[in-house]
Design a protein around this ligand. Structure first.
Ligand SMILES: *Cc1c(COP(=O)(O)O)cnc(C)c1O
Length: 230
């Protein structure tokens, strides 16, 4: 099988899963955006995916993301930065990302804001919130839920940054449904302060159904489309 047909098959299977999950939740499948996570895979795969109709791609490592975005600059793609971010790299990420989904501390805000100004356009941002139980939070990304609203306010107030909503990853080894229930409540609370921050990015290859059932507007799928990472 050619790589193109492999990707086409993976993509079709994931689109069908998303549509089925949407239907069983009484939602319109068209309100859910599939972001294909291309990390570790070459720019040639991004190109094939774009040709197959993918518009949103996700990357989690700065050097790799920057190189791929440059190689694929002729394609009409939206680049989602979904990885851990160092504050000294934030401005550089704002130079190519269309959405930064992993804003998890206030220290990132000045760099992102400066990068958006240098690029001369506003940058969409999601605040990444931790769903991990306290004993697992060490070393994982995401702002503590108690600090979510303060961080969201800092993003919303920053020049050049547009607060679009929330991103989260289910806890390791736990039932994602409970975690996504908590996330849905946090998203609702966020919208009380920021009515336009309606994006909810949740759900990966293993748990997209649970996320769609609880209101995800964006799912981030890698392996189920591209195969196991090299
Ligand atoms: C890698 C990654 C994904 C995709 O995970 P899969 O299990 O390959 O679907 C989604 N979100 C984040 C934040 C990631 O780092």
């Amino acid at each position: 099988m050619s790589r193109r047909s492999e990707l086409a098959a993976g993509l079709a299977a994931v689109q069908e899963r998303v549509a089925a999950a949407a239907r069983s939740a009484g939602r319109d499948p068209d309100e859910i955006t599939l972001t294909v996570v291309t990390k570790f895979f070459p720019a040639s795969d991004v190109r094939l995916l774009a040709d197959l109709g993918v518009r949103d791609v996700g990357e989690n490592r700065h050097q790799e993301a920057m190189a791929k975005a440059a190689e694929c600059a002729d394609l009409e793609l939206r680049w989602h930065y979904i990885g851990g971010l160092q504050s000294n790299k934030a401005a550089a990420v704002a130079g190519y990302a269309d959405v930064v989904e992993s804003v998890d501390r206030a220290r990132l805000v000045p760099g992102l804001s400066r990068g958006a100004a240098e690029r001369g356009r506003d940058l969409d941002c999601l605040v990444q919130v931790s769903l991990d139980p306290p004993e697992q939070r060490e070393g994982r990304s995401g702002v503590h839920p108690d600090e979510l609203l303060a961080l969201a306010a800092a993003v919303a107030d920053a020049e050049g940054l547009v607060l679009r909503g929330l991103m989260a990853v289910a806890p390791l080894g736990a039932d994602p449904e409970q975690a996504f229930d908590d996330l849905a409540r946090l998203a609702e609370r966020l919208r009380a302060d920021h009515p336009d921050a309606g994006v909810l990015s949740a759900g990966m290859s293993n748990d997209l159904e649970a996320a769609v059932a609880r209101g995800a507007t964006h799912v981030r799928i890698g392996r189920a489309v591209l195969g196991e990472r090299p």
